[in-house]
Ligand binder design. Structure first.
Ligand code: PMP
Length: 359
């Protein structure tokens, strides 16, 4: 029986993060982390951190990081907001910008945190279906709504939508805020950031977790016109003024300054992704053409769930979503070339055995 005091408790169905196993010999391709270390400048900055960074509260305005972002992207610092990973930035953006009685819109297949935030903050929402090929149907976003959010590239499909199409959605929804979640954009193509000077209803959100190899430091940021950024800061300062640690601020700034390393890292990962696509295709896998650091793949003659379990036995971790339209697929993060070779060798053998079994 429910206790009296339980009646007043806010109950939510939480987001399920990918598991974080830590076993020797494992190949971890389940949470879209970067397999390479961050810039060596990050370690150097860590070693040089002053005693004050531990003893004092961090700078609530995150200025070292904001300055580094402003310099890298050649934009005014008033256009940036930072937070504890893009999850923190997105959660605050939901709370700040989605405050209408009309439903916000996001795709039926997308980052599964969106419905969780909407429920938590009591925001009504609708989820227009992606088409058969997992593409966003633009005309579904032309109806009345209380705001729009979608990732580009989308997750877990990996599909990147051209900037002109993103712009069309933003242009047709100038009475509401449109958030483009660009967690994976550095692996794909141009960012919608270049549209923020023209569309004051656009907020672009990015992260250091993937392309900058810093998931453990929890650094995310938003870019938008200064009025949007001010509203975001008002909510942040009403919630927790010191969201980011001084370590995250200093190390994030150090990462931002090493452009050459960053670009080399991205090129390497994209080359591995493209090679993996070719090899998966040759093994009979099908997948949307990913622009992200993962591939969302299915195979006609293997059950994704069984394959997921078999990979797990071999300590190769990938992500499986037991949900309609997703349960025939595995989301495989791009690791190092060696890790992908081990994965591909396993898959080749597994499929060969499946063929024999089914004869
Ligand atoms: N958006 C999308 C689409 C993601 O896949 C992720 C990673 N789980 C995030 C945002 C959040 O990433 P982080 O909080 O590490 O920046």
């Amino acid at each position: 029986m429910m206790k009296k005091w339980e009646e007043n408790i806010r109950r939510v169905v939480p987001y399920t993060p990918g598991e974080q196993p830590n076993e020797s010999g494992m190949i971890k391709l389940n949470t879209n982390e970067n397999p390479y270390p961050p810039s060596p400048d990050v370690r150097r900055a860590l070693e040089e951190m002053e005693e004050e960074s531990f003893r004092l509260y961090p700078d609530p305005s995150a200025s070292v990081l904001v300055d580094a972002l402003a310099e890298y992207y050649h934009r005014p610092r008033e256009q940036f907001f930072t937070g504890v990973g893009s999850d923190d930035v997105l959660a605050m953006a939901f709370q700040t910008f989605f405050n209408s009685d009309k439903p916000i819109l996001f795709p039926d297949i997308t980052y599964s945190f969106y419905p969780v935030w909407a429920e938590l903050f009591g925001i009504p929402y609708e989820q227009p279906a992606l088409d058969e090929e997992f593409r966003i149907v633009k005309k579904d976003y032309e109806r009345e709504n209380g705001g729009i959010i979608f990732p580009n590239p989308n997750a877990p499909t990996g599909l990147y939508m051209k900037l002109a199409e993103v712009e069309e959605i933003v242009r047709k929804n100038q009475d509401v805020i449109v958030i483009v979640d660009e967690a994976y954009v550095d692996f794909a193509g141009p960012s919608a950031m270049e549209l923020v000077d023209r569309y004051e209803n656009l907020l672009v959100v990015q992260t250091f977790s993937k392309s900058r190899s810093m998931a453990g430091m929890r650094i995310g940021f938003a870019v938008g016109n200064p009025v949007l950024i001010k509203y975001l800061n008002d909510v942040k300062y009403s919630f927790n003024s010191y969201t980011m640690s001084q370590a995250a601020l200093s190390l994030g700034a150090a990462a931002m300054k090493d452009q050459a390393y960053f670009q080399k890292n991205i090129r390497k990962l994209v080359a591995t992704r493209e090679r993996t696509k070719k090899e998966l295709k040759a093994l009979g896998f099908r997948f949307p053409d990913s622009g992200a650091n993962f591939i969302f793949a299915s195979h006609e003659s293997c059950s994704a769930r069984e394959l997921f379990e078999a990979l797990r036995e071999r300590k190769i971790y990938v992500r499986y979503f037991d949900a309609p339209r997703l349960r025939d697929y595995l989301r495989i993060t791009i690791g190092t070339d060696e890790e992908m070779d081990a994965l591909l060798a396993f898959l080749q053998e597994y499929i060969r055995k499946e063929r024999i079994r089914k004869l």
